[in-house]
Design a protein around this ligand. Sequence first.
Ligand code: BTN
Length: 253
Amino acid sequence: MPLVLRLDEVDSTQRAARALIDQGALHGTVVVARHQTAGRGRLGRAWHSDEGGLWLSMIVRGAVPATRAPRLTLGAAALALDALDSIGGLAARAAIKWPNDLLLPHAVPAPRLGPWRKVGGLLLEGVLLDGGVVRAAVLGVGIDVRRPSHGFPAELADVATSLQDAGVDIEVDAVLDALAPRLQARLLDALEDAAFAELLAVLRARSATLGRRVEVDGVVGLAERLDDEGALCLRDDGGALHTVRAGDVQCMV
Ligand code: BTN
């Protein structure tokens, strides 16, 4: 089984994992920290990482055509759902906001999310690029397991939640034990068509995006379906179909 490196505090497990790639660490090596002082989210956003969350980065090595790299984020999202299902207590209520947000249902609609709150997120960063091929990357996963002791910061108060808030009383290490082996053993399977089709079926069935009116990078419309590569097909109000391969989805509640 590949190494799991546990840190007490680090700026970002993404940076720490990247440094391990430079030292030759193997595929599946996981860096996990109790606390990050400069956790990173997508699109250059900060990621709030107090104690009580699972803050994990995994080294991904392979020969991944850059056009297939989105499969890794999507595959990891499906595996994260499987891990959350396995810990019990959520009754398969977790869902994915395409492409990388882990959500839990919530009674009070939130701006840009609808009847959901964000419990986690995924971040894939390519590290070694060789022409059009990704040789190494870092997959980051953050999951709010316990409510931060001083609560979520004001800017997250109406969009974030934790497993604890959803009634799941579990240690961070138990979530790590559910998630890390799945990612280590199965993430690269997402590059194979048959395995990816299975992961995609999970994402379609457990999507908080499909069937909703959304805005993605200035285009507003109905999130109709995910195509066979997992791209989001968006029907705008004029009837045109937009295929979105990456982006930030805002739900028009
Ligand atoms: C997102 O939703 O924007 C992605 C968030 C990813 C956060 C995780 S926490 C562990 C790893 N280290 C980081 O600095 N970021 C990722």
